[in-house]
Design a binder for this molecule. Structure first.
Ligand code: ZN
Length: 385
């Protein structure tokens, strides 16, 4: 019985599937004709400047970072820093040489996450121990559940009243695809947001290996095809969309800011947070601002974002929470070391949204209710009546 009974149960019903594949950029989707035979409506979508920390909340709310409050994981906030208590730990307990080891930091991150009661994604990366008491963390809560976005309605809020499924972002993408397929057969939902972050990790390491990328995308395509065919077999009407947050840019060279900042004192003259592709600064001694800006600019390979750019890229926070000024690297260049890692990776994202390799994609079996131009536009498609 199984299948037939299920098919009857779901007769004349409609299903909407939104499959989020982190880092499936427009360039790759087109180069490898990803799912082109069954997803013919294809859109080249402008990303949100930053990383998943800013892009995912943008997708989940349809709002800009100044509106939903998320841009990068860490920001300067000494008075409310959840890590303030670390100031009182003697530094010999955790010298940088030990603290900077990946496995140790991973364990400390897990313990801190538990102690602080965070339900979102939490990782200390390579932030120096002595910097932590000055910093706050944006993703304290699980953004995928109802009420997860501090007053801004998210996808789960917007889908209340419908039968929906949002996969667990902590689970591997392949698990989430499998789970969605089983739920589809049972007719358990009208709409679903299915999450995969594994391709991002793969492309960070292998973007420079065309054959490996081709094989991995083939594998994803087969999974998508199975999911699509299952949906078509079980439902009368299917809206099937694959969407992403950004692309992946191959490494060209790396940049170390330490030599140009060497004579200035972190915490006294300035505060910085060095993401992989942008360095954000807060000017503690405003009289040094121009000198520091000139020192950083002398390292080349990037530029200070103008006010117009900050506005255009939706990172113009009135309270300068994420930096008084932002130095953005040219596409392909990575900070190494940064506060996110010691070494540059073969691929990175977080470059100018104007660069072609930064573009996200929206691929669908039918024309969406609005044509997505920027990744925040997905929200209107996903929440349309
Ligand atoms: Zn990534």
């Amino acid at each position: 019985m199984g299948q037939m009974a299920e098919l009857e149960n779901t007769a004349s019903r409609k299903v909407r599937l939104y499959i989020f594949i982190d880092a499936l950029g427009w360039e790759l989707a087109e180069r490898y004709h990803f799912c082109a035979d069954f997803l013919p409506c294809r859109y080249d979508v402008v990303t949100q400047l930053g990383y998943s920390a800013g892009a995912v909340p943008t997708i989940l709310t349809g709002k800009t970072p100044p509106e939903h409050g998320h841009f990068s994981f860490f920001y300067y906030d000494p008075h409310h820093s959840p890590f303030r208590f670390l100031k009182y730990l003697p530094s010999f307990l955790l010298p940088d040489i030990i603290f900077s080891r990946h496995r140790i930091r991973h364990h400390i991150s897990k313990v801190l996450k538990k102690v602080l009661g965070y339900t979102g994604y939490f990782q200390l990366y390579r932030v120096p121990f002595r910097h932590l008491p000055y910093l706050n963390y944006s993703e304290k809560r699980d953004m995928f559940i109802p009420g997860g976005m501090d007053g801004v309605p998210n996808l789960a809020d917007a889908w209340q009243g419908r039968s929906y499924h949002i996969s667990d972002w902590r689970k591997p993408g392949m698990f989430n695809f499998q789970e969605a397929e089983e739920l589809l057969k049972r007719g358990s939902f009208e709409c679903a947001f299915i999450y995969d972050a594994a391709l991002d990790g793969f492309l960070h390491r292998h973007i420079g290996e065309p054959e490996a990328v081709r094989a991995e995308l083939k594998h994803y395509e087969e999974r998508m095809r199975r999911l699509y065919e299952t949906a078509v077999a079980c439902y009368d009407e299917v809206e099937f969309c694959v969407l992403s947050d950004h692309g992946m840019t191959p490494l060209t060279c790396s940049l170390d800011l330490r030599p140009v900042l060497g004579k200035y004192r972190w915490g006294r003259d300035y505060i910085s947070f060095v993401d992989s592709t942008m360095a954000r600064f807060w000017w503690i001694r405003p009289e040094l601002k121009e000198e520091l800006r000139a020192a950083v600019a002398s390292a080349g390979h990037g530029h200070w974002l103008s006010e117009q750019e900050q506005e255009r890229y939706h990172v113009n926070f009135p309270d300068h929470r994420y930096g008084d000024d932002i130095y953005l690297l040219d596409a392909g260049v990575q900070f190494a070391p940064s506060d996110m890692g010691g070494m540059a990776l073969p691929g990175m994202h977080g470059f100018s949204p104007d660069d072609k390799d930064s573009d996200a994609c929206f691929l669908s079996n039918r024309k969406p209710v609005v044509e997505p131009f920027w990744i925040g536009d997905y929200f209107r498609i996903m929440t349309a009546p």
